[in-house]
Design a protein around this ligand. Sequence first.
Ligand code: NOJ
Length: 563
Amino acid sequence: MFEQKRKWWKEGVVYQIYPRSFQDTSGNGVGDLKGITNRLDYIKSLEVDIIWLCPVYDSPNDDNGYDIRDYKNIMDEFGTMSDFDELLAGMKSRDLRLVMDLVANHTSDEHLWFQESRKSRDNKYRNYYHWWPAEKGTPPKRWSYFDVDANAWKYDEQTDSYYLHYFSIKQPDLKWENPKVREEIYDIIRFWFDKGVDGFRMDVIPFISKDTTYPELPEKYNGNFVSYYSEGPRLHEFLNEMNQQVLSKYDIMTVGEAPGITLDKALDFVDEDREELNMFFHFDLMSLDRDGHEVFWMQKEKWKLTEFKKIHSDWDAVFAKKGWGSIFLSNHDFPRSVSRWANDSIEHWHNSATMLHTFLLTMRGTPYFYFGDEIGMTNAGFEHIEDYKDINTINRYELLKQNNISLKDFIENEKEAARDNARTPMQWDETKNAGFTNSKSWIKVNSNYRKGINVASQEKDENSVLNYYKKMVQIRKTNLGLVYGAYQLLLDDNEYVYAYTRVLNSEKYLILLSFSELETTVEINEISFKNASLLISNDQAEKTKLDKVFTLKPYQALVYELA
Ligand code: NOJ
């Protein structure tokens, strides 16, 4: 019996593409849509079902496409609308679905709406954005992610007013409280659905509703602006309306990016009966190694495996009967998963990357893979500030300079934490620039493409990270218990091994994952191993163990089917 209703977006595996870094065909050093189309056979060979494409819309690229100038056009650097149509057709013919990125909390300041809005206080687009007239004094503090001064209000001389921008000054926040704005957004969504797009990943969706009296940050938030931003008064009204007016009319999926959302609020977004979203990305794991509210700073101590387990176990429990989770270890905003969650040293890299693949593909919830992780791409770890291209790193660096804070410490942090770690080009082969471009790449290519971290050499090697990945996806696909089965944590206080079972009716699995660079022995007493068989291991495994005692090699992963 399934506790959950079966759906394609629960059973599918998602592959996220950062188009700027995937494949250049035009020779401008930037990835493009044709590049993705040319690589569709490769993507299909990964046995994934759904592609999530980061923004490809017309944009001045202050934040690499997350600042949209025209929602119904394609960015010149990436190609044309006919390139897009060709890509979509190529996907459909291979039975791949396409999820686009909906960035609707804010637009670019170069969007026509904002260009008009800033012209005069009585412009017909004025009320599309949040304005604070200067005669009222300085507006109550709002924190900004990417502003050099971390100030989310920017003074605009033309109308002697401040506008609100939670991200960069070129990303003014839209005013969803205005019904016309919501109509515009729904119209954009319909435009892409009518083309045949299969869903949206919704950028910072919990931030869309604001208290338009703009009060001081209420004390209960204790300085935590992200939490405040994610609890706007009309948030659920807007999500429900969007669902009723557009989403529910199509067979599509939605996944919200959900900073600030805690376990107790989870079902408000994804309980099917509430008709809002299908899934979201929570930020508990992404904050695990960060310094409190300082989302861009690494904490000094290493994170603990018991905390990692607890986060996943708690979130699994929330969605056990209702709603549905998403499982991810990386994306374009965070470092590479193998460098962050395991060990990218030459000695441990293979087992680390494949162990993490095993984790993603044996948890309940839809797995999201970030491009390049399938071949175990690692952090770029740039040593020089000039190599960083991300507005986040660049603007925080400006702030440091103003405050005379040590550049050395900053670079040490960015080597581990920067978003650019995960934005270096896809490593296709051993030719110049890893086969990404034949001209100068927009961001440096990671030089380890010559050391086996590239698609071409891994395709040839039976034991490669890539080939393990493909086998593991197959295993998930052919064992529905790994998709829908109940999850039960074992060895909860062990700091070296993550062990759990997945059970669906008579299907039962035991998963053992070592997060340690040392050989580790564990004893599992809760389970009967009579007739257990090993489904997969990323290292040489001894014959199936039936004696409850397992010795795992460093970063070893083992999946057993229990009878
Ligand atoms: C979240 C996106 O993932 C990130 O890349 C972007 O900078 C911000 N939202 C602002 O759109």
